[in-house]
Design a protein around this ligand. Structure first.
Ligand code: UDP
Length: 361
């Protein structure tokens, strides 16, 4: 329980799809982590999310409507778009009607509309930006709000902040996890894992090439966002020892992940954080990641995994050979020290206090 002030918070989910579907990527777990972290400190929380959203033990105000197109599938110049009967617009209509009951609204959408609406709302909005710079229109509106409403732009890592022209106005909050949901496993079985949305920016093909060259097995888990992309990888590596297990809930996913020798994290883009990195460490699984974006701020080379020159499959292969040098207990310890729910809640409370102490909000 928090010794400080207790806040009434309205969490507004991603408009990409229902919570629990995997369509929203890491944002879904981030929202759940934030909910758990803040609830255990005594804050009063409500969640607004697209229809068919599910959260364990928490009622959700669900809203109907059509989803947004993911920003990472668009170009930098693609104009801002909203479908007919937009779930994003409908959720923010709900926010307008509920706002007076809350001290702070927390936006999880990587979308223009909630940023644009911020000056028109009476209740302040904290925007947790879940990706790096992808679109000129988004950069412009986020930068505008960052100046007009100081401290309201939260990011996960400094590497993510550095992709924006207004990096110095971003407030990094990391992330935090309910570590009880991940079971430490000292002795691995003989396979590696790859987790996440199956989409080109995640470069699954690099992980498959590397395991193929080392003769390892790879278990893949996650939502297939781009089926043609996955089909192409399977066609390109018919002989590779890969096993796609689907999108699993956290309990089922960690039951596989925890026995792996290592997790391969191969993003082509600047990953804002990389939830899967902490999920692996929490199980005692070392992480091999490209030296780029959020994972490069988390992995401690030689201690909790290896950082590899970006886009270098040879680097991945070399690191796979060096996995036995990593102590799995040290991996779990790093997750406990830096990424517990309590550590996350403290960072969030500091962020909220800064926003709410501004005279303009
Ligand atoms: N995930 C999951 N089940 C799976 C595979 C992945 O729940 O079978 C979740 C994982 O817990 C993580 C998310 O998918 O929260 C991927 O998030 P990440 O931050 O790694 O990347 P993003 O999709 O946000 O780019």
């Amino acid at each position: 329980m928090s010794a400080g002030k207790s806040y009434r918070l309205l969490l507004v989910s991603t408009p990409l799809g229902p919570l629990g579907s995997g369509v929203g990527g890491g944002v879904e777990l981030t929202l759940l982590n934030m909910l758990d972290a803040l609830a255990q400190r005594g804050h009063c929380i409500q969640v607004v999310a697209p229809q068919q959203s599910h959260l364990p033990n928490t009622p959700v105000i669900t809203v109907a409507g059509s989803p947004q197109i993911p920003a990472q599938t668009q170009t930098r110049q693609t104009p801002i778009h909203l479908p007919e009967n937009s779930v994003l617009a409908n959720m923010w209509w709900q926010v307008m009607t509920l706002q007076s009951e809350f001290d702070l609204i927390i936006n999880f959408a990587y979308d223009w509309l909630p940023l644009y609406l911020t000056p028109f709302l009476d209740t302040p909005v904290a925007h947790l930006i879940s990706m790096g710079s992808l679109s000129d229109a988004m950069d412009q509106i986020i930068g505008q709000i960052a100046e007009q409403f100081p401290h309201t732009i939260g990011v996960h890592t400094q590497a993510q902040a550095n992709t924006f022209p207004f990096a110095q106005h971003c407030h990094p909050v990391g992330n935090g996890f309910n570590l009880d949901r991940y079971q430490f496993t000292p002795t691995p079985k003989d396979y590696l894992c790859w987790l996440g949305r199956v989409a080109p920016e995640k470069a699954l093909e690099d992980a498959v090439t590397a395991i193929d060259q080392t003769g390892q097995a790879l278990k893949i888990m996650g939502h297939i966002q781009d089926q043609a992309y996955f089909d192409q990888i399977q066609a390109q590596f018919p002989q590779a020892n890969i096993d796609y297990l689907g999108f699993l809930d956290t309990a089922a996913m960690q039951a596989v992940l925890r026995y792996s020798r290592g997790l391969l994290v191969t993003p082509r883009w600047v990953e804002a954080f990389g939830n899967v990195v902490i999920e692996a460490l929490a199980c005692g699984v070392p992480v091999i990641a490209y030296h780029r974006g959020g994972p490069a701020e988390i992995v401690q080379p030689g201690q909790t995994g290896w950082l590899v020159e970006p886009d270098s499959v040879a680097g991945l292969v070399e690191a796979i050979h060096k996995l036995p040098e990593i102590d799995r207990q040290t991996c779990r310890q790093q997750a406990e020290q830096e990424y517990s729910l309590t550590a996350f809640a403290q960072r969030l409370e500091q962020w909220f206090a800064k926003i709410l102490s501004q005279p303009s909000t």
